[in-house]
Design a protein around this ligand. Structure first.
Ligand SMILES: [Zn+2]
Length: 338
């Protein structure tokens, strides 16, 4: 289990002491990159709080959440299987968590929990709630029904409304070290230790990202070729002309899935250009450092922020089912003008 990783010792011990001391707040925000164990930790916490056969406090070299629930009682098994009626997981439907999903949740919360002493609502990628959804959630966060606890998760707390943030107690999950990611990859696939290390370097400190790289068409080599093309052909001021920008848009605009994946990589690249100026150790594509340094030097931070907003806005439009090709053309031309 990811939550057993030493990187998360601090977060795990915070959660554990809340569960043991009865000091769990009504809303938690687990913050950390994807694939660092947030969901596993939240589900295990739900098991501990509802376990019917709690084990005696184990004496282990380091504490794991999993060692504090039995794992075999009816409640633990239902949570493990994802069939517990009082443990709800909300996640983006497409790119966003929509108002209908939160309304549906609120309706469920009108009734008392069916079985659990602690009803737990997990909201994955909480930063992807649109404003309406976030405002609807805020109402229940302000007056949470008895016995109900919310566990929001995000990699970017700044994406949440400040009013939602202020209702939550923050618990941080740290990026995994390259060694941990490489170790997991070689355990779960037939990768050689050298290849596992190479993929780990490209993974942005998250196992989910590493697994995505490996599962794509052409495996790691195909992914690297595609990413390198995307970053070097990305229309930026002073790079290429209008016809090249439109050709770029044509490739990305072929289908929705390709477009969403490419745009999320572009978001990462622009983030790397910003990080290169602020904290170079946090650049997620360190193998491309010379190109990142050269591009970062050409633009001031506010300009990079505006470019990242253009990409985020485009992601939102594509999700809203606007005409795909046209939307990406507009983005390519806007980026090119900086
Ligand atoms: Zn149990």
């Amino acid at each position: 289990m990811l939550e057993n990783f030493r990187e998360q010792d601090k977060g795990v011990s915070t959660l554990l002491s809340m569960a043991k001391n009865g000091t769990l707040p009504h809303a938690l925000l687990l913050s950390g990159p994807p694939g660092t164990g947030k969901t596993e930790a939240a589900l295990t916490l739900a098991q501990i709080l509802n376990c019917r056969d709690l084990p005696a406090t184990p004496d282990l070299p380091f504490d794991t959440l999993a060692s504090h629930r039995c794992g075999t009682c009816r409640s633990c098994r239902k949570i493990e299987a994802g069939t517990h009626p009082d443990i709800r997981v909300i996640e983006p439907d497409g790119h966003y968590i929509k108002i209908a999903q939160i309304r549906d949740l609120c309706n469920t919360l009108l009734a008392k929990p069916l079985e659990a002493s602690h009803r737990i609502i997990l909201i994955k990628e909480a930063g992807r709630m649109n404003r309406e959804a976030a405002n609807a959630l805020l109402k229940v966060l302000e007056e949470p029904p008895a016995g109900t606890f919310f566990c929001l998760m995000t990699h970017q707390p700044s994406e949440l409304l400040p009013t939602v943030l202020s209702r939550c107690q923050l618990v941080r999950f740290r990026p995994l070290t390259l060694e941990t990611i490489a170790r997991c990859l070689s355990q779960e696939s037939s990768l050689s230790p050298q290849d596992a290390e190479a993929v780990a370097t490209l993974s942005d400190g998250t196992l989910t990202h590493a697994q995505k790289i490996l599962s794509g068409k052409g495996g790691i080599d195909g992914w690297v070729i595609q990413r390198n093309w995307l970053f070097s052909a990305l229309p930026l001021p002073g790079r290429g002309d209008v016809s090249q920008a439109l050709a770029f848009a044509e490739v990305l605009g072929r289908d929705k899935e390709t477009a969403l994946e490419a745009l999320s990589l572009i978001e990462h690249y622009l983030h790397d250009l910003m990080m290169c100026k602020i904290d170079p150790a946090r650049v997620g594509n360190p193998d491309l450092m010379p190109q990142i340094e050269a591009d970062a030097a050409r633009f001031a931070l506010p300009r990079l922020t505006a470019m990242a907003e253009t990409v985020q806005d485009t992601l939102q439009r594509i999700e809203g089912n606007t005409v795909l090709r046209h939307t990406i053309e507009v983005m390519a031309l806007t980026l090119m003008q900086g």
